[in-house]
Design a protein around this ligand. Structure first.
Ligand SMILES: *Cc1c(COP(=O)(O)O)cnc(C)c1O
Length: 472
């Protein structure tokens, strides 16, 4: 493909994406085909001779989009949002066009330096503790996902707990990781990858009403483990749990970690974005105790997957745990000690220029544009919660501090399961569920960029209608 052919095909692809976005509302949110339908539509192998891009675009329409769950659909309320946006796509396109491998500072200085600066920008924008800024011993890096951030935090934590010997001898005794019963599944996965096993994770009970980690239970677990000869290595506290957006009490958890020298990682994958708004920073109270912190701009900050912002208070400890320097990567800049080599801050060696999409997003929307997006989600969720609260058939399940509303029909689980299936079958909206204290609970997460009052009101109408038979 010559640059001129690319120009033509590129315009067509951009047109295709713009048309996709403008026609989202007309599509069913989720596909109706059974498993295997998409695979059956694809040919058995690649074409022998090349084809024009128009042929591929036509197949996108006939083969691919009918088999998609449309995450950017204004009726998408499932899981947590996974935002994208025009500027994010454009920034990503530039990153792809540059094709830079930013593993070392020397392999793309601007790739490294822009990432460092943007994470300082974000830290300022969210009013994160000073210790995470690159101007001191700390600093930020972009990981692919919050799961990778948790893995990296786990590795550094074990390295610290092993008095710096982990990188040489590996796991040489029993280490333990603590998170609440509502903590994300990536905590267990990270522990397993780190060699601690699922048994190395202790799930701490939560307050029955707030679903937040009990600090007293955490203290008791840590002290019992120490008495039993097990080494507490890491606490993962969550700001905005995946199930219900509960906020673990950092002001109580932090001092316990400090007292016992336990690494504290704070996982704010979804809710962190809210901190761009000064009035939505309550979850970060006590964050100054954290050794590391992450959130996903790819969830709620208009930046396409993948983009997880991860900060550490002590970058030296992180680099010591993860650095490797084979001869073929040696270079003068690394040797000088004056640069950041981000390959030491993550699991893979290679890395894309992800900061570009964040840069495009920050510059297009500006601080106020990002705040508007977050505030609109919070307000729409509150609007929906008001409808639920006003209807005696329903109950709200716990508070809704951000843009997720958990709710259910009062009474048994089964009508709730039927209600969820019925509203999702309309193709107009998509909700997912969770279990809260053992009870089947519906989740409505606002955050898709095109969602407005109209869509939230339609969601309530559909839910309210579908619930009628259950009330008879
Ligand atoms: C979504 C989520 C994750 C996982 O996010 P990825 O970036 O997809 O790995 C981790 N923790 C919490 C609390 C989440 O909500």
């Amino acid at each position: 493909m010559t640059p001129d052919e690319f120009r033509q095909a590129g315009y067509a692809v951009v047109d295709w994406i713009a048309d996709y976005w403008t026609t989202l509302d007309e599509r069913p949110v989720t596909p109706q085909d059974p498993p295997g339908a998409v695979a059956a539509r694809l040919p058995a192998g690649p074409p022998t001779h090349g084809e024009p891009v128009e042929a591929v675009l036509a197949d996108l329409d006939s083969l691919v989009t009918p088999g998609l769950t449309h995450w950017q659909h204004p009726g998408f309320f499932g899981f947590f949002p996974a935002n994208t946006s025009g500027p994010s796509v454009l920034g990503d396109m530039v990153s792809s066009g540059l094709g830079v491998q930013g593993m070392l500072w020397a392999t793309g200085p601007a790739c490294t330096e822009m990432e460092t600066v943007l994470l300082d920008w974000l830290a300022d924008l969210m009013d994160l503790p000073q210790r995470f800024r690159s101007t001191g011993p700390g600093g930020g890096v972009i990981q692919d996902s919050a799961s990778s951030a948790t893995l990296v935090a786990t590795l550094v934590a074990v390295h610290r707990a092993a008095a710096g010997r982990w990188r040489q001898v590996g796991v040489d005794r029993r280490y333990r990781v603590y998170t609440s019963t509502e903590g994300h599944s990536s905590v267990e996965k990270a522990a397993r990858i780190a060699g601690l096993g699922a048994d190395g994770v202790r799930l701490i009970e939560v307050d029955p009403d707030t679903r937040a980690m009990s600090a007293e239970a955490l203290r008791a677990a840590i002290e019992a483990d120490i008495a039993a000869g097990v080494t507490p290595a890491l606490v993962v506290a969550t700001v905005g749990t995946t199930s219900t957006t509960a906020v673990d009490p950092l002001p109580q958890i932090g001092p316990i970690c400090a007292e016992h020298g336990v690494f504290l990682h704070v996982d704010a994958a979804y809710a962190g974005s809210a901190a761009v708004c000064p009035e939505l920073r309550f979850g970060h109270e006590g964050l100054e105790y954290a050794d590391s912190y992450c959130f996903d701009p790819h969830k709620w900050l208009l930046t396409g997957f993948d983009c997880d912002a991860f900060w550490v208070a002590d970058a030296g400890e992180l680099v010591e745990a993860l650095t490797v320097l084979p001869e073929y990567l040696r270079n003068a800049a690394t040797e000088s000690g004056a640069v950041i080599d981000y390959r030491d801050w993550q699991v893979p060696l290679g890395r894309r220029f992800r900061a570009l999409k964040l840069w495009f997003v920050l510059r297009w929307y500006g601080v106020e544009g990002l705040r508007e997006h977050i505030r609109s989600g919070v307000a729409l969720a509150a609007r929906f919660a008001d409808r639920v609260r006003a209807d005696d058939r329903f109950e709200l399940v716990g508070p809704h501090p951000y843009a997720l509303v958990c709710f259910r029909l009062r009474g048994a689980d089964e009508p709730n399961e039927r209600l969820l299936a019925a509203v999702n079958a309309t193709g107009r909206i998509y909700l997912t569920h969770t279990r809260v204290a053992g009870r089947h609970t519906l989740r409505l997460a606002v955050g898709a960029p095109q969602t407005t009052k109209v869509h939230v009101d339609e969601a309530w109408e559909l839910i309210s209608q579908a619930a009628l038979p259950a009330a008879d």
